[in-house]
Design a protein around this ligand. Structure first.
Ligand code: SF4
Length: 438
């Protein structure tokens, strides 16, 4: 019996798919890359943008004919899209061949649902049931990295974002469970652990037992293995001095901080409900640079939020130059039904958004190029992560600060730490050679 999982969206979903794969493998299914001949097809969905959602509905629709000829095929829809208001009814009505519909926090029902579907019984349930991470065997696919959830959901309600509505309020896992999971992953040979949460910095707020993100990092930082620890995503309003201190203190916690700014204009940040100002944010950057001088800071930036003036946008460009991000995920604001920003006045035209994103990308490219030039001739420790499929015998990996480097070596080196001398910088990507015997 074969399974195929379509994963859409962010790292959180990629990791959820590892849990889904674990459930299916425990039921005797094995992975296949041939969707249409699979016995079970799972759509692990995302709804962050409406265009993405339409695409997913299109992909689900493609199975209608296939299922007609293969009636035993089990079709599952889960993840953020099915958790939205009205989605359950829409899927049931428009895609009646779907056997199982689950939400974001009841994946623990998947096993029973699949067993029931094998007997032609359907299960549709998007209730919020906080499953326990420990209930899952996870079929991990990202060696040498392992994703570890530390908290779920979000309490922030940024006005453009659907996540709090589909992932629910913030829930943190107990610190000792996370620590145990990290220890056993390191025992298994994983070399990089990435802690995941919608807002890792508010880890523990709901536990009210003194467990905080800084404490968690401190505990993991002390583990006596050769490994790297990364985390995402940090909300600037909750990034504390204590967290920055712990990152600075432990060599195995990467000096790479992803700190989404979204806009460089205090007025736009207010309208986004981000709860920090341009000045607060720049102060944070200063503090990080003072305590971790070689930090690689990355960000997310949005252009064209409702009401964004040319001056607001110029403030964003100015902030990009000041913050000196090593890279930035830049994107155009797109209206998302069900969020407050959807009905805000002064929506920005597509032409203006296009113009702004082009200028923003050019600005960030300049900054990245400048940083890259300073890296040429320097040596960095890089974890060999996997092949660069565009080139023969070429692997890629990241420096501690998060910069992607390509270099020649074979696949047997995946999971090893090597020293790489940077020879060439092509904007965001670096090329180098392994220095042996260093
Ligand atoms: S912090 Fe804001 S952008 Fe991030 S998930 Fe929560 S609401 Fe969405």
């Amino acid at each position: 019996m074969k399974y195929f999982i379509h994963t859409y969206g962010c790292q959180m979903n990629i990791h959820d798919s590892e849990k889904i794969a674990g459930v299916l493998e425990s039921l005797g299914y094995t992975a296949t890359s041939a969707r249409d001949s699979a016995d079970i097809v799972v759509f692990n969905t995302c709804c962050i943008r409406e265009t993405a959602e339409q695409k997913i509905y299109g992909h689900i629709g493609e199975l209608k004919k296939i299922k007609r000829n293969k009636p035993d095929m089990i079709v599952v829809v889960c993840g953020c899209m099915s958790q939205q208001d009205g989605a359950l009814d829409k899927i049931k009505e428009s895609y009646p061949f779907v056997d199982i519909i689950l939400g974001t926090s009841n994946l623990n029902m998947l096993r029973d649902a699949v067993v029931a579907a094998q007997q032609k019984k359907r299960l549709y349930n998007v209730d919020f049931i906080n499953y326990c991470e420990e209930d899952f065997y996870q079929a991990r696919t990202s060696f040498p990295n392992a994703w570890v959830n530390i908290n779920y959901g979000c309490n922030n309600f940024c006005t453009y974002c659907i996540v709090p509505y589909v992932r629910g309020r913030e829930r943190s896992r107990p610190l000792k469970n996370i620590l145990n999971e990290v220890k056993s992953l390191l025992e298994e040979g994983y070399k990089e652990i990435t802690l995941l949460g919608q807002n890792v910095n508010s880890y523990g707020h709901d536990l009210q037992n003194g467990e905080t993100f800084a404490l968690l990092l401190n505990e993991i930082g002390q583990l006596n293995y050769k490994f790297r620890l990364r985390f995402m995503t940090s909300h600037p309003k909750d990034l504390s001095k204590e967290v920055i201190d712990v990152v600075a203190k432990y060599p195995n916690i990467c000096n790479n901080i992803h700190l989404p700014v979204q806009s460089g204009s205090t007025e736009i940040l207010r309208r986004m409900n981000r709860r920090y100002t341009r000045e607060n944010y720049l102060d944070l950057i200063k503090m990080i640079r003072a305590k971790i001088p070689d930090a690689g800071i990355t960000t997310d930036i949005m252009v064209g939020f409702p009401g964004e003036t040319e001056q607001d946008f110029l403030d964003t460009l100015d902030l990009v130059r000041q913050a000196k991000y090593s890279s930035a995920f830049c994107f155009i604001y797109s209206r998302r039904k069900g969020t407050p920003a959807y009905s805000m006045e002064n929506q920005i035209t597509y032409a203006v958004k296009r113009d702004r994103i082009t200028r923003l990308l050019a600005c960030q490219n300049e900054v990245t190029k400048e940083i890259s030039q300073t890296m040429i001739g320097q040596r960095y420790e890089v974890l060999v992560e996997g092949p660069n499929t565009h080139y023969v015998n070429t692997m890629c990996g990241r420096t501690e600060s998060g910069r992607l480097v390509n270099f020649k070596c074979d696949e047997s080196m995946i999971g090893q730490f090597v020293t790489v001398e940077i020879e060439l910088a092509k904007s965001a990507t670096l090329w180098g050679k392994i220095i042996l015997g260093d």
